[in-house]
Design a protein around this ligand. Structure first.
Ligand SMILES: [Zn+2]
Length: 266
């Protein structure tokens, strides 16, 4: 079994023992390690294939699933959502990879399948409608947030029978508003996409630079999509503030590991 310290549970508004939700932790030891240490399952940011496979296998053992039941997309900061159903599960590896290319959110009605996204400062969103048995995960960097990937994900869940009024959401480890300094051109994109700039943008009294609250921006998009605000949980864990626990692209550069945030119905 994986040491308990390698994964950290993510809580929702209510308790539901039939669904596991978690982020992986870097689990760095005192002697540190490289930018992919210790635990990374993302295979497109430059890590060694043998290390990635060892970490994936460790995770599958901990979750009690076969390797083919761990599903993650090849993210490109899009707002595209894929549905992981029995047809998808029947595909071979090449066909699956093709289907997952350029996808940034996954929705599934299947039990025993862990769907997750890889992030290092970007926002991982976890969603579930327990009554409908529908779960989802989305990667929302600032571009995906502006493109309302949160809304697209809720819509895909609805196609499978979920009700927005029942959907619970959790916003996983990602960059905090104090760490997320941006240029004014980014603020302009949020304004153009009709986000409430007054609520999500703050200016540093020291530098005058804009800081965006991606947690609040995604919570806003979710409530617009019909998810009750009281069912949205912000974990308030910052990836950049906690380098021993999470990967942070702002600290390590993009050639680094990723924190894997996932959800699975038992
Ligand atoms: Zn921070």
């Amino acid at each position: 079994m994986m040491p308990r310290s390698t994964i950290e549970p993510i809580g929702f508004a209510s308790l539901c023992h039939g669904i596991v939700a978690f982020s992986t932790l870097r689990d760095l030891h005192v002697d540190g390690g490289d930018s992919y240490a210790r635990f990374n399952v993302c295979d497109y940011t430059g890590d060694a294939p043998a290390h990635i496979m060892a970490c994936r296998s460790e995770l599958c053992v901990a979750l009690g699933i076969a390797s083919g039941h761990l599903v993650m997309p090849r993210q490109t900061h899009s707002a595209r959502v894929a549905i992981i159903d029995s047809d998808f599960m029947a595909l071979n590896d090449d066909a699956r990879s093709e289907r997952l290319q350029g996808i940034d959110a996954l929705v599934t009605p299947l039990p025993g399948v862990a769907v997750g996204v890889n992030t290092a400062d970007c926002v991982p969103l976890l969603l579930r409608d327990v009554a409908a048995g529908i779960i989802a995960v989305a990667h929302a960097g600032w571009k995906g947030t502006v493109a309302r990937i949160a809304t697209r994900t809720v819509e895909a869940m609805q196609q499978l029978g979920a009700e927005p009024s029942r959907i619970e959401a959790a916003i996983g480890p990602s960059i905090c508003p104090q760490c997320f300094e941006v240029g004014d051109e980014v603020v302009e994109q949020f304004a153009a996409a009709h986000f409430p700039v007054d609520a999500i943008v703050h200016r540093s009294a020291v530098t005058g630079k804009a800081h965006i609250d991606l947690w609040e921006a995604n919570a806003t998009a979710l409530t617009e999509a019909g998810v009750p605000r009281e069912l949205i949980t912000l974990t308030h864990r910052c990836t950049r503030c906690n380098p021993e626990r999470y990967f942070s692209a702002r600290r390590l550069g993009i050639a680094s590991g990723r924190t894997f945030t996932a959800i699975m119905r038992r």
